[in-house]
Design a protein around this ligand. Structure first.
Ligand code: ZN
Length: 192
């Protein structure tokens, strides 16, 4: 168990707003797969620092899928205004009052919008996602993320953070689309 007295290196970055926002994107993508099992979702949660036993059922995953579909609207927003409207709609119906928790001293103090530390997984997912995405809109006055520009990909990703602006979720999608554009250009040059 970690404690504030012997932090394990990633103590503060593990809970940064950007990390939380990236976890949201990773979960939205994992939940968009045809039949995501609890095991796959647990893997994503662990990759983003979730500790201890994670008792996720298929029913939890089904409800998290609904939450993920709702969060997609925020990623579909092209401007800060649309992102804010989508987030306000979610905040109005799916979150409780702002509170601080340290999960009994296991984590740094951080804000939560779910009603308590034992909230159902889908409530936790929506509330923690809304919180991180809201802070990003506030901080940058830009949409927090986008949907991959590849027509064969549904992945969402966080656009804010260091590095150049991206249109694709991954190098794989960027390469595939660059090759496709190149082919289209070549066949336009030499028809038949
Ligand atoms: Zn993609």
């Amino acid at each position: 168990m970690s404690s504030p007295n012997h932090p394990d290196g990633d103590w503060s970055t593990r809970h940064s707003v950007l990390t939380m926002a990236r976890r949201t994107a990773a979960l939205v993508n994992a939940l968009a797969e045809a039949q995501p099992g609890p095991g796959h979702v647990v893997e994503v949660l662990r990759a983003y620092g979730e500790r201890g036993p994670l008792d996720l059922t298929s029913r939890d995953v089904t409800r998290m899928r609904d939450a993920a579909e709702q969060l997609r609207e925020v990623f579909a927003a092209e401007h800060a205004n649309e992102a804010a409207v989508a987030l306000n709609r979610l905040l109005r119906t799916h979150t409780g009052p702002l509170r601080l928790t340290s999960h009994g001293g296991d984590t740094p103090w951080h804000p939560h919008l779910d009603h308590d530390d034992n909230a159902p997984w889908d409530e936790w997912f929506l509330a923690s996602s809304c919180l991180a995405l809201t802070v990003l809109v506030w901080d940058r006055q830009l949409p927090p993320g986008r949907i991959c520009a590849s027509p064969v990909c549904r992945n969402v990703f966080i656009t804010q953070g260091p590095g150049p602006e991206r249109r694709y979720c991954s190098r794989r999608c960027a390469t595939r689309e660059r090759v496709a554009a190149h082919r289209r250009a070549r066949s336009a040059e030499s028809p038949g």
